[in-house]
Design a protein around this ligand. Structure first.
Ligand SMILES: [Zn+2]
Length: 367
């Protein structure tokens, strides 16, 4: 099976985002399934259109995925919908699900209608995608692991389940009326992050002395934990796309993969979640997903790509995180301003130079 996965560069400074074009073929390149996972910002949306037209040579996209409603993932997708032919959209539409959680969030003062409006206003980028889909008569598949058939070859949605999603949505900022920057949990936290960026203290880390620790359960936002997690089985080459999922969401995805009858720890590729943030991954979930640390000098067994902005360090990516992947057998590559391609043997040669993996860092950020 042929496949190509292209992580486009998104964002500047501390603002990272996702936009991943992919295509795969089971007939030697005669016909391709073309997909787009998130659209980054508006500018990235334009780049994604150019990439699919110029490199994949088509104006038709079989499916697009809006993993979660944050701006750094959702806003570019409306550009794509306006400029390309899209056959199917995988996303969540919380304004359609209010009947399922109204009772658990209402204290009686908020009507159902105003809650629906709050969700539409609070997730304006996702709602725009929804409106464009209705206008263009594009089918929306509600992207839950237990939702039923989406008819996209090789793809399994492994998270969230409908139940897990509902547990997240009731904590969305749009419902709780905390208006904060999309990718950071609270204002105070953001302040701490910024001061951390100004004065990073470095500590030493070695291959055998891991400094990454398991994050607490609510270390990342509920919006991030609501991310659609996608598992592709390209004829035995297993790929996992994690968006901004945190540990609870990744645990749930791991359970689902096992339920589907696939073993863990045999991925060819896994996306490092949430732009390499240490708030989304820890040793325990990594040991489960990809395996325990390997002896130093062991050859790499899989690849990971981190969608991180050009100047996003130390938050995106965090060196403890990239080291933790490397320690477990990953070749680690970060976008950081470049398009990064991951592909099967036999994929068309584009004459691009090979991307350099990140080194194993002996100095990592102190907390
Ligand atoms: Zn993000």
């Amino acid at each position: 099976m042929l496949y190509e996965v292209d992580f486009l560069p998104v964002g500047e400074g501390e603002k990272s985002g996702d936009s991943i074009c992919l295509r795969y073929s089971s007939d030697g390149g005669e016909s391709w399934v073309v997909g787009l996972i998130d659209g980054g910002t508006q500018a990235t949306g334009e780049k994604a259109c150019e990439h699919i037209r110029g490199v994949y040579n088509t104006g038709i996209i079989d499916f697009i995925v809006c993993t979660h409603p944050d701006q750094d993932h959702a806003s570019g997708l409306s550009v794509v919908l306006e400029n390309m032919t899209v056959n199917k959209i995988l996303m969540h539409c919380p304004w359609d699900y209010v009947d399922h959680f109204y009772d658990s969030v209402s204290d009686g003062r908020v009507t159902k209608e105003s809650l629906i409006q709050r969700l539409k206003d609070g997730h304006a980028y996702a709602y725009k995608i929804y409106e464009l889909a209705k206008e263009k008569d594009i089918h929306i598949h509600h992207a839950f692991s237990d939702e039923g058939e989406h008819n996209i070859p090789s793809l399994h949605i492994v998270g969230p389940s409908g139940r897990f999603y509902l547990d997240q949505v009731v904590n969305f900022r749009s419902i709780n009326e905390i208006t904060e920057d999309a990718d950071t949990s609270t204002g105070m936290l953001k302040g701490l992050m910024e001061s951390a960026k100004k004065a990073v203290n470095w500590i030493s880390e070695s291959w055998d002395n891991e400094k990454l620790v398991d994050p607490v359960d609510d270390a990342t936002s509920s919006e991030n934990n609501s991310s659609v997690v996608l598992f592709f089985d390209f004829n035995g080459k297993k790929h996992l796309f994690t968006a901004d999922a945190g540990v609870p969401a990744l645990e749930e995805a791991a359970n689902r993969i096992e339920e589907l009858g696939f073993p863990l720890q045999e991925f060819s590729f896994i996306q490092t979640p949430h732009h390499g943030s240490k708030r989304n991954i820890g040793p325990t979930i990594l040991n489960r997903l990809v395996g325990h640390p390997l002896p130093k000098g062991t050859a790499t067994t899989f690849s990971t790509i981190i969608s991180a902005s050009k100047d996003g360090e130390p938050k995106h990516p965090n060196k403890r995180v990239s080291n933790a992947f490397a320690r477990r057998g990953a070749k680690v590559i970060a976008t950081q301003g470049s398009t990064i391609r991951h592909y099967s043997n036999g994929s068309p040669d584009r004459g691009w130079s090979k991307a350099d993996p990140l080194p194993f860092y002996t100095e990592v950020e102190d907390d």
